[in-house]
Design a protein around this ligand. Structure first.
Ligand code: C5P
Length: 263
């Protein structure tokens, strides 16, 4: 049978990736974080000291995007058995490791430096084309593993959860369930700040000030919403979920129930 496809879109820090991972874990589905692709390309572009806001660099950046070899590996908490990773078991939140040319760049792609430039890179048509090809092809293969390393064989056959900005509109236009997450920008800034602190991805010299984080999120949303190629937009047939006042458990429940209802 065709895998059940769940598309989750929404603005920055609306809770997409946490929600998508937990939904995938609950249902035994594969999880694909499409933002990681744009982040990897941005990381590479910045490493080469190319300015993503200069239109003269678009072709070069598109070439980097085409040539980049990006691989995601989602580690689900083991369904049973022993794991040394107590913290992950407790919170049972899967983690995605991101490899660029087989080098683990999981933390490097989450810095504020990358976050500040990713929307400019993601607005380039050639970059979107390249990422579209890559994410559609990995939808067919399976990189999911339990934390003990054993392959999670169920995941790719039963379904997949993909999160991003244009999943319901462009990447998986025929998804079985489309969810559009929204949340107040202050609430999102608070969540992002907590995430940055917890992950330790942000070096001490980077400023951790809530107003700055909120401004950056709003600026990024604006860029994502107004770009010419596949802007951030709610698909006509998407279910909108405002998560400002919801706990993560509740929003996961709502989506999981909806999958059961439609399956
Ligand atoms: O979700 P995340 O914050 O990692 O995404 C980083 C950026 O990648 C977004 O701000 C957006 O510019 C871009 N993106 C996109 N389309 C997607 C996923 C992410 O344009 N499907």
């Amino acid at each position: 049978a065709k895998p059940f496809q769940v598309a989750i879109d929404g603005p920055a820090a609306s809770g997409k990736s946490t929600t998508a991972k937990m939904v995938a874990q609950r249902l035994g589905f594969q999880y694909i974080d499409t933002g990681a692709f744009y982040r990897c390309i941005t990381y590479e572009v910045l490493s080469r000291e190319i300015d993503p806001t200069d239109p003269r660099n678009e072709e070069q950046i598109s070439n980097i995007a085409e040539q980049a070899h990006i691989r995601l590996q989602t580690l689900f908490a083991a369904a049973s058995g022993v794991s040394k990773d107590q913290d992950r078991i407790l919170h049972s939140l899967p983690t995605t490791r991101v490899f660029l040319e087989e080098q683990d760049v999981s933390s490097q792609i989450r810095t504020e430096h990358v976050s500040q430039h990713v929307s400019a890179v993601a607005a380039i048509g050639g970059v979107r084309q390249a990422v579209l090809q890559k994410v559609r092809s990995i939808g067919a293969q399976d990189d999911a593993r339990y934390v003990d390393g054993s392959p999670d064989s169920k995941s790719s056959t039963e379904g997949l959860v993909m999160d991003g900005r244009d999943i319901g509109t462009v990447v998986l236009p025929h998804a079985d369930l489309k969810v559009f997450l929204v949340a107040d920008s202050r609430v999102r800034a608070e969540r992002r700040l907590l995430e940055l602190i917890k992950s330790g991805a942000t070096p001490a010299q980077e400023k951790l000030d809530i107003d700055a984080v909120q401004r950056d999120l709003e600026r990024r949303d604006e860029l994502d919403r107004t770009r010419k190629v596949s802007p951030l937009m709610k698909a006509k047939d998407a279910m909108e979920l405002d998560t400002s006042g919801l706990t993560i458990e509740t929003q996961v429940d709502v989506i999981v129930q909806e999958v059961y209802r439609r399956r």
